[in-house]
Design a protein around this ligand. Structure first.
Ligand code: TAP
Length: 517
């Protein structure tokens, strides 16, 4: 009742209560930020079972920033029980429109704390601060606002079924929330991945628990604090940093979790889908790996193609699921394209992600950087031409990997087929008079997340969009995503959409009601 009264007064569900927690003081970016380091279960910050912790490392200087509680299987169970109780209790008392108000309040708080959130993201994940502010945090806020608007617009249909005369019949559908949803997310855009999934999940009326990536859970914990300030009832949102192999697995296995929203690698996605089936046939959506082709025709605007070609690979240090994993450049402009890319790379500022002039920060964690080095060694061993980078930035502390360019990459090479998830440009040539052949090569991948084409010929561009097997197609642009546009892959890049109206369906079930009169 208090919750509803507060909502009517516009002060948030719990009246904007402060929450207590153990945390650490992050002094960075001329800010002094208190960051929670405990699990967030049932509206409270609590220690993990047996006080288990994870070390959180700053990728810029390799120091341990803090210890964060590491959820066990039992901790996951506690969060699921809390979410279950809230789903059938307090959350049911909140109307669709009030839900929207809570989400808007949360978005306003995220906006108010955006510099803090971007600073935390930058220190925790290595994201360049300016990008963290605009994309990691900015797009998170957009997602909460966008989905808040959907809350009171989720509706079913009336359906003209055949009546058994002389009786009449009314058949209608209701869109209902699924129940407790588990969300498991990767480390490349920690708060944004949380927001893309959780905003749709909450807008649809579900309760949830999230297991963020173990390497960078800090913005998720700060977000949990803001959810209390916004007034979300206890149990609706639960945040459990922990390891995928136990806490993540426990979410996938739990019999009271009815839906799992996952973003991560294809092998783990396959494994999780089996767990969802074996446990309780929970619904799942999987946003997985990619090796997105970008085809650049000689008739393109070359300045634009170089600019977007660079960002298609190097945006967020390549830790971008829709990154162009392979560039096909028409032979007539190939050498000029490579020359311009190298010129731009030589002037790219690499350094502290908090520095406003930095364009390229450290990779997210050491194991990832080591994998990138191996990936490049494999490319060289297979005969691809390494024209730039391929190694750790010399004489620099932190997980800095030099932006890299390979040319003369053949279709059968490992680096032509497998995702690097790092700042590595893989270039192959094609003959512009044989469009069929480049389309076949672009589609010769088990992934189908995104794709792009640069050409001034509208017929060529539309034909590419028709024929490419990918969930996202960019024409004369790249990385242009928006919270209102559905996002998700084909083939082994998974299924189910984040963002846009379609994302709501991932977190809803349809009930069909038939009445005879
Ligand atoms: P994964 O290793 O698959 O990890 C993703 C998440 O799953 C992490 O939270 C991880 O926990 C957890 N996890 C690991 N094993 C699990 C298990 N058995 N049960 C439940 N959860 C488990 O991926 P990653 O290396 O973090 O992220 C990189 C991959 O994500 C790339 O392939 C990239 O393309 C993909 N990605 C895709 C998209 C979209 S939208 N398609 C977006 C971003 C990233 P830990 O933190 O303990 O490992």
């Amino acid at each position: 009742d208090q919750l509803v009264r507060n909502l009517r007064q516009g002060s948030g569900g719990a009246g904007g209560k402060q929450v207590e927690y153990k945390g650490f003081q992050l002094k960075a970016n001329k800010r002094d930020i208190r960051v929670p380091t405990q699990l967030f279960i049932n509206g409270e910050f609590v220690d993990a079972e047996k006080n288990r912790v994870l070390d959180i490392v700053n990728p810029t200087d390799e120091t341990v920033l803090c210890e964060v509680a590491c959820a066990s299987v039992n901790d996951v169970d506690k969060a699921v029980q809390a979410a279950h109780k809230a789903f059938f209790g307090s959350w049911k008392q909140v109307s669709a429109r009030q839900r929207g108000q809570l989400m808007l309040k949360l978005a306003d708080l995220m906006e108010q704390y955006k510099e803090d959130l971007a600073t935390i993201e930058s220190v925790d994940s290595g994201a360049v601060y300016t990008l963290a502010l605009k994309t990691h945090i900015g797009m998170s806020i957009d997602a909460w606002r966008y989905f808040a608007g959907w809350c009171d617009k989720i509706q079913g249909n009336t359906i003209p079924v055949n009546p058994a005369r002389p009786n009449n019949v009314l058949t209608f559908t209701r869109k209902e929330p699924i129940g407790v949803c588990g969300l498991v997310t990767p480390w490349n855009y920690p708060l944004m991945m949380l927001s893309w999934k959780m905003a749709a999940c909450i807008a649809a009326g579900n309760t949830c628990l999230i297991k963020p990536a173990q390497t960078c859970p800090l913005t998720a914990l700060k977000f949990a604090e803001l959810s209390v300030l916004a007034g979300f009832p206890p149990g609706v949102i639960n945040v459990l940093p922990g390891k995928g192999s136990d806490a993540g697995q426990a979410v996938a296995d739990h019999p009271l979790v009815r839906k799992l929203g996952f973003t991560g690698s294809t092998p783990i996605g396959k494994h999780i889908m089996k767990s969802c089936a074996d446990s309780n046939l929970k619904k799942c959506s999987l946003e997985l790996g990619g090796k997105s082709p970008l085809v650049i025709f000689a008739d393109c605007d070359l300045d634009k193609a170089v600019k977007h070609g660079m960002s298609s690979v190097f945006f967020n240090k390549g830790e971008n699921c829709i990154a162009a994993g392979r560039l096909f450049v028409e032979d007539r402009i190939h050498d000029e394209f490579v020359r311009r890319v190298l010129k731009d790379l030589r002037s790219m500022t690499i350094g502290d992600p908090l520095n406003r002039s930095t364009a390229h920060g450290p990779q997210n964690h050491k194991a990832h950087m080591d994998k990138l080095i191996e990936y490049c060694e494999r490319g060289v061993a297979e005969g691809a031409k390494l024209v730039y980078g391929g190694c750790r930035v010399p004489n620099m502390k932190g997980y800095f990997f030099t932006p890299t360019v390979f040319t003369d990459v053949e279709d059968n090479m490992f680096i032509a087929q497998e995702e690097s998830f790092g700042p590595i440009m893989i270039i192959s040539k094609f003959n512009g008079s044989d469009v069929d052949s480049v389309m076949t090569r672009a589609n010769r991948s088990e992934y189908g997340l995104a794709s792009g084409v640069f050409t001034k010929d509208i017929s060529k561009a539309l034909s590419f969009a028709d024929r490419i097997e990918a969930g996202t197609v960019f024409v004369n642009v790249y990385n242009k995503t928006d919270v209102a546009a559905p996002f998700g892959g084909f083939k082994q890049s998974g299924f189910g959409k984040d963002l846009g109206q379609e994302a709501l369906n991932e977190y809803l079930k349809t009930k069909c009601v038939t009445i005879e009169y």
